[in-house]
Design a protein. Structure first.
Lengths: 391, 76
């Protein structure tokens, strides 16, 4: 075998790895990753807060991942996440004397932990590279078991790398019983996710990927801790349909700019669900290689969503279907976020850090928003991460 | 709306297939060194990408993409 042929095969393998989706990617050696993140939400501003604590959530996260190749074309992976969360959460929204929505926050600070374990096993099942996953997540008031399979097929005739996946999650809720009553003591929901995608090399400096995904949620989809204000009544429990279907179309572009020694990343996602929410997400990043094995990646993200058809900041009268929710996550808004990441490779190590600031506002929405939900968030987060490759 | 999404998907797949058929002949394996750079990965840092997906999933109404995701809520 000539050197050129060997090089070509090696590059083809590397390119295949670059085109692969994370769940099905094969590792060449044992790789371990650790990530620490601190996340802090900004307090509710005085003009929007009615009652309760204004201190919102802060979250400490530790994530650990190890991927070990076996017999060349198989790999086993383990992901472990441990998070501690504390802070107050929006409870309900009521109008003030002028009709302006005000947030009533949950009184006492909530404290809880989340542990999530995910295992994956990748192996070739002709003609596919296949990855199976199984996971378990637990919080004080939430428990979930999930399983999935992802397939990848490289078509030598067209050069397209086809991918697809099927996931299932079974979640149980047992709301913490505290000073404030919850709408349920126990319930559950089930979710199915299906996606299909294709990636291909457009030219020597450009790759693109397109994908479609579908999600089906069935069960208790309301928030047991939240209430909705209806004029002339005591606040009622947050109540949403018990079924939800959503679709998303995603496109990604990676284009290398030799003159800047870096790659432009451009991602777009369109989302629609049968609660009549439409959402657009655009993210642009530039991953630039610097001297001393440094990589700097600044990025900007814009997100905009319309409201769920049954949402209102508060209600003047009950809806005929009985639904009611003032959750800011179902409200119309837009969000801008900016982040920067820096990574340095030192032998088998890669050490990095990053920071992000996110702000949601009616002013960032694609379409005009009449009444902004006063509980919209802003947050900042910082990360440290380390990777070690066992040669 | 669903029809529009379906038509968009068909168009996207058709474009992908057409472009790929052309691109396959133009880019030889030994010309793909740039594509293998870490800067060109869909997710240069998968753990970071997973963390950001979890945060966005718990704060925004939209989710979905070329991933089956994990479990748990992490909501508040």
């Amino acid at each position: 075998m000539t050197t050129k042929t060997k090089t070509s095969k090696a590059l083809a393998a590397l390119t295949q790895a670059a085109l692969a989706l994370p769940g099905a990617a094969m590792a060449a050696e044992i790789q371990s990753d650790y990530l620490f993140s601190y996340y802090k939400e900004g307090d509710i501003s005085g003009g929007n807060k009615g009652s309760g604590s204004s201190d919102r959530f802060e979250i400490y996260s530790h994530m650990f991942r190890v991927v070990a190749p076996q017999d060349g074309d198989r790999a086993i992976g383990l992901n472990l996440t441990y998070e501690t969360m504390s802070g107050a959460s929006p409870w309900y929204i009521a109008p003030d004397a002028n009709g302006k929505p005000q947030v009533a926050m949950s009184g006492a600070s909530i404290r809880e932990e989340r542990v999530d374990v995910q295992g994956t096993y990748s192996l070739p099942i002709a003609p596919f590279q296949t990855a199976f996953s199984l996971g378990y997540s637990t919080e004080d008031d939430y428990e979930a078991i999930n399983a999935g399979v992802e397939l990848e097929l490289e078509d030598d005739n067209t050069g397209i790398t086809w991918t697809g996946g099927l996931g299932y999650s079974d979640d149980s809720l047992k709301p913490t019983q505290g000073a404030k009553p919850t709408s349920i003591t126990k319930d559950d929901k089930r979710s199915i996710t299906v996606y299909g995608g294709a990636a291909f090399v457009l030219n020597a400096n450009t790759v693109v990927q397109g994908s479609l995904s579908y999600q089906n949620h069935d069960g208790f989809l309301s928030d047991p801790y939240k209430l909705a204000y209806i004029e002339g009544q005591s606040p009622v429990a947050d109540s949403r349909p018990d079924k939800r279907q959503s679709w998303a179309a995603t496109g990604k572009l990676r284009h290398f700019l030799p003159q800047y020694n870096g790659a432009l990343h451009l991602d777009y996602r369109y989302f629609h669900d049968d609660w009549e929410i439409d959402a657009h997400t655009v993210e642009i990043a530039f991953a630039k290689a610097l001297p001393e094995n440094l990589r700097l990646t600044p990025s900007l993200r814009w997100y905009s969503q319309s409201q769920a058809d049954f949402y209102a900041p508060y209600y003047n009268a009950p809806r005929s279907d009985g639904y009611a929710s003032s959750d800011y996550r179902l409200s119309p808004y837009g969000a801008l976020s900016a982040r920067v990441d820096l990574t340095k490779a030192v032998g088998p190590w890669a050490i990095g850090g990053g920071a992000e600031y996110y702000k949601a506002s009616k002013d960032f929405a694609l379409k005009s928003v009449d009444v902004e939900n006063p509980a919209l968030i802003d947050y900042w987060s910082v990360q440290f991460r380390a990777t070690y490759r066992f040669e | 709306m669903r029809l529009n999404l379906f038509c968009g998907a068909l168009l996207a797949v058709s474009l992908l297939s057409g472009c790929a058929t052309t691109a396959r002949q133009d880019v030889q394996p030994w010309q793909r060194g740039t594509l293998a750079k870490s800067e060109m990965a869909w997710e240069p840092d998968p753990l970071m990408a997973e963390y950001r997906r979890q945060v966005q999933y718990s704060k925004e109404a939209a989710s979905g993409g070329a991933t089956i995701g994990g479990g748990g809520c992490g909501c508040n």
